[in-house]
Design a binder for this molecule. Structure first.
Ligand code: SAM
Ligand code: DTB
Ligand code: SF4
Length: 333
């Protein structure tokens, strides 16, 4: 479906009830409206990143209180993935604070991808910019998704990041696609962008051909010491509108209600699910900042009658742990 900026701007302008109704209608035509996909994040390499993304706790250029950590050992990653699976996540996303991996960095990450996949989880990695050949190696190791965000509109981008370009990001997205890996690509709201920027950002995502399968919509987490630490909070209703517009222009994508949930009351999260969000980060930590406890989410899901998407047929039979499929949030209670 093609949506130009004028059409998306008109969606944003709709009366709230009309917008939500349209988003719900699209949602119901494309998904089970009560099923939410759960991804668990792990920061496999933390801090000391060369880049200057204005929102990020991990840039070497800002003084934040993040504790730097070199690349984690394989067995620790496996342990975390196993725990995520036991709690009911279907996807495990490994994040590294790199501009992009050097070829020698990639080798141990490929091992991690293989090992996490062998547990029967979907795999995702977010390692920054890729150069030629790296996406193919990740694909060969069995990587299902690569997360790489456009973050904001091309126009607002230069107010946020100076060390690499919007085009650099598009180039990496193309490499990921060409290697046959599914795309997880979204952005951050509340970085001082205008509504027109949010419109442009969604138009850019919708114009990717094909659009990303997974679209994380993050609400800026204000990190003391970063350039964006003092940005005024985005109006929550505008955030819900953005989710609803994302749902409408990306009808086949999972729209993930991403960073920022710890700061949101249940009522606001419920509005986001109503607006068509059908994926979350699950587990008590994002990369460096808190996320709601698994227990808290379990209670919220119960209240809202939401079910966690269960793992489908395991990708590598014979290497099963016996825990798969049944660990649905609803079943655990
Ligand atoms: N270094 C890699 C990269 O930049 O692609 C991977 C990790 S990076 C932390 C992944 C994404 O997390 C960013 O693109 C951004 O959208 C999101 N993110 C980082 N810090 C955030 C914050 N403070 N609030 C909301 N989202 C954030
Ligand atoms: C995405 O869009 N959001 C996640 C994931 N992709 C890698 C990261 C959110 C990070 C929030 C701030 C932190 O914990 O450092
Ligand atoms: Fe943070 Fe990734 Fe930017 Fe590095 S490249 S500063 S880890 S968002």
């Amino acid at each position: 479906m093609h949506h130009d900026t004028t059409a998306i701007a008109a969606l944003f302008e709709l009366p709230f009830n009309d917008l939500i109704h349209r988003a719900q209608t699209v949602h119901r035509n494309h998904f089970d409206p009560n099923e939410v996909q759960l991804s668990t994040l792990l920061s496999i390499k933390t801090g000391r990143c060369s880049e200057d993304c204005g929102y990020c706790s991990q840039s070497v250029r800002f003084h934040t209180d993040v504790e730097d950590q070199p690349l984690m050992a394989l067995n620790e990653v496996i342990e975390a993935a196993r725990a995520a699976k036991t709690k009911g996540a279907t996807r495990f996303c490994m994040g590294a604070a790199w501009r992009g991996p050097k070829d020698k960095d990639l080798v141990p990450v490929l091992e991690m991808v293989r090992a996490v996949r062998a547990l029967g989880l979907e795999t995702c990695a977010t390692l920054g910019l890729l150069h030629d050949g790296q996406a193919e190696q990740l694909a060969e190791a069995g990587l299902d998704y690569y997360n790489h965000n456009l973050d904001t509109s091309p126009e607002h981008y230069r107010h946020v990041i100076h060390t690499h370009s919007y085009q650099d990001r598009l180039d990496t997205l193309n490499k990921v696609r060409a290697a046959g890996i599914k795309l997880c690509c979204g952005g951050i709201m509340g970085m001082g962008e205008s509504r027109a920027d949010r419109v442009r950002f969604l138009a850019e995502l919708a114009a990717l051909d094909p659009p990303p399968e997974s679209v994380p919509i993050n609400l800026l987490v204000h990190i003391p010491g970063t350039p964006l630490a003092d940005k005024p909070a985005l109006d929550p209703i505008e955030f819900v509108r953005t989710i609803a517009c994302a749902r409408i222009v990306l009808p086949n994508s999972r729209v993930r209600l991403s960073a920022g949930r710890s700061q949101m009351p249940e009522s606001l999260q419920a509005l986001c699910f109503l607006a068509g969000a059908n994926s979350i980060f699950y587990g008590d930590k994002l990369l460096t900042t808190p996320n709601p406890e698994a227990d808290t989410d379990r209670k919220l899901f119960k209240k809202l009658g939401l079910r966690a998407l269960a793992l489908e047929t395991p990708s590598t039979p014979g290497e099963q742990t016996g825990l798969e499929v049944s660990t649905d949030l609803h079943a655990i209670k």
